[in-house]
Design a protein around this ligand. Sequence first.
Ligand SMILES: [Zn+2]
Length: 365
Amino acid sequence: MLATLRRLVLAESPSLEKTAADRCCTLLAAEWRKRGARVERLTQKHRGDHLRITWWPGKSRPAGQLLVLGHYDTVYSTGTLRKMPFRISSGKAYGPGTFDMKGGLVQALFAFHALKLSVAPLRKRVLFLWTSDEEIGSESARKFIEGEARRSDAVFVLEPSLGPKGLLKTARKGVGEAEIIVQGRASHAGLAPEQGVNAVHELARQISRIEKWNDLRRGVTVNADIIEGGTRTNVIAERARAVLDLRALRSSDIRLIERRLHALKPILKGARLEVHGGFSRAPLERKSGAGLFARAKSLASQMGLTLGECTAGGGSDGNLTAALGVPTLDGLGAVGDGAHSAHEHLIVNAMPARAALLAALLSCS
Ligand SMILES: [Zn+2]
């Protein structure tokens, strides 16, 4: 497993660099093909290609389809390996994308291989979908993810688990992004201040209004993470903009925030507001994967493992499939820590058990 992980990590695959990503895609395809799966490459113009891998060993028609979802792109640009090499130290494998989520892909590969060698019959066809642009919002993969999810009875997502105990993610917040653009009126700050409408001041007031929508107990967060405005000190700012990060656990809160955002009115006389955007990923509500989690927990306990669950603040492709009403269980990937950071790593010893858990889920679903 480590040798495969190492090969995948050494093939750096940033979402925005197609040539590099495609090299990783080729490598992944070869690993699956070598073990007898049917691999189809979904060629993309601007992003790395996606892989659609099917496996159905039976002679008769399968009773349905199970979708295993993962992405091979990472948030690290090419060359990151020089500062963050693949290395193993104190039982942890470090490197860009080890935890999020090449480790999960390796576990899936070995789960598939184990199932292939075992005598346990499958009831359903297994479809593995490995995509290349999850870290930038899955724009190119979305139609494949949704199309396959609609044909599936359950979706298993190989995103990293949470914490040292490897909690599965049975709920995820819905995520979005909005932009507020303020148009004011420029004027000389010394000679004619009364003729100006300060866009920066207007934006500051709007942001303090929006800040009050935060409700951590309900899982609602609204954060202005980028602001821009003005040109120089003696000119009253004519334009300002803010980009907001939006997150909520409940669909009702999502609708409420979107309504409030688009109903914002200017506070300063003469200012104009434009609001764009909103939520792009619906929440993964707990009820979506509760049944699958119960099954995973019981299978884990038969293997002598205890399995916990948690709610994640970030979205994943699991949000897309849950939004279609397909039972979705997320966080089945690696156990580790430090996704998207310099100390990203996975716990080596946890890999076989997680692979076994996935194999058990696939054969019992
Ligand atoms: Zn991920």
